[in-house]
Every structure is written in C-alpha cells, then in structure tokens.
Design a protein around this ligand. Sequence first.
Ligand code: 2AM
Length: 176
Amino acid sequence: MSARRKRRLFFALWPDAEVRNGLASAAAAVRKHGSGRSVPDENLHITLAFLGSVDEELLDCVRSAAEQVNAGAFALTIDRAGWWKRTGILWLGPSAGPAALNRLVKSLWAALEPCGFWPDFRDFHPHVTIARRWRKARLPEIRPVHWPIDALMLLESHTGQRGARYTLLERWPLIR
Ligand code: 2AM
C-alpha cells in the first residue's frame, strides 16, 4: 500500500510586484527597530485559511470550494505594524479590517466545509508576518500600502534548507 501524498496548503492574498515592493520597504523600516528572524520579501502575504497537510485526493474539492466563493473585489490599506508577544510575530496589517475581507474569509470557510475542513475558530486577524522570534523594540509608523484585492490564491508551502518557500498553485478572481 502506498502512502497517500500530502500537501501543505493555504489560501492567501498574494501581492503583485508593486504591492510587494511597498510591503517590503515598510517591513524593512519596521525591522530596523529590533531583532529577530526576517521573512524574505518574496514570502510576504496574508493567510486567509490555513488548511495544513492535505491529502492530494482532496485537491479537487478544495479547488471547487474556491470557485464557489461569493465575494467581490475590495481595497485594503496596510497602515500599521504590530507585534504578538506570545508568538513573537512581527507583522503589518490594516488598522481597520474591511468588512469585505471578513465576508471573503467566511465565504471561503463555508465553501471548504464539505471538503472536511473546519474554520479556525480563533479570531481572524489579517496580517502580513514580516519577522518571527521578534523581541520588541519600537513599532514605528509606516507609510501606508494600498493593496487592491481582486483575487484569491491557493499556495503550497515547502520547507527547504533556507526556511519556508511558497508555490502559487492557482488564482481565482473575486467577482460577484
Ligand atoms: P503566519 O505567517 O501568520 O505564522 C503558511 O505557512 C502560512 O500559514 C503562514 O502565513 C502562517 O501564518 C500560516 N500558518 C502556518 N501554520 C498555521 C497554523 N497552524 N494555523 C494557522 N495558520 C498557520
């Protein structure tokens, strides 16, 4: 009997090159004020739904769940830095999470339920992780990054010698 292949998957908001540049400079400005393990610029994103290690045979179900998501495009402004003491995560995020983002995440989890996934019932705090194992120094103001959200992405996470690497598997435009 062969072991079924598992893939570590998550849905995310994945920035285009311009937004990524904005996030990268804001991240660099914030990281000047402390120390920890920086997330490489090419990995910056917002996780919407973390699925964990998924049986490959569930992939079709996950894909059709994404197709059923009922949400429109919206604008997100990343305008603050934050730090979670317990996890040591340093992040960038919106100071006002738009209702459209919450609706998107809710619709995504509802669509994933028939595939056997249950929502992560911790509160959803949209954030871009910019460093881990961060010991807090100071959190400066950041130059706001305007991020037009018009698609939902499915990513696979690989753990390499130099930490996590993400591959974009598929992208669904947000149209309603
Ligand atoms: P983080 O960056 O905020 O830690 C890929 O691993 C993405 O999924 C990361 O952005 C990570 O969020 C998130 N992630 C990893 N493990 C997770 C878990 N157990 N629960 C929720 N999100 C997780």
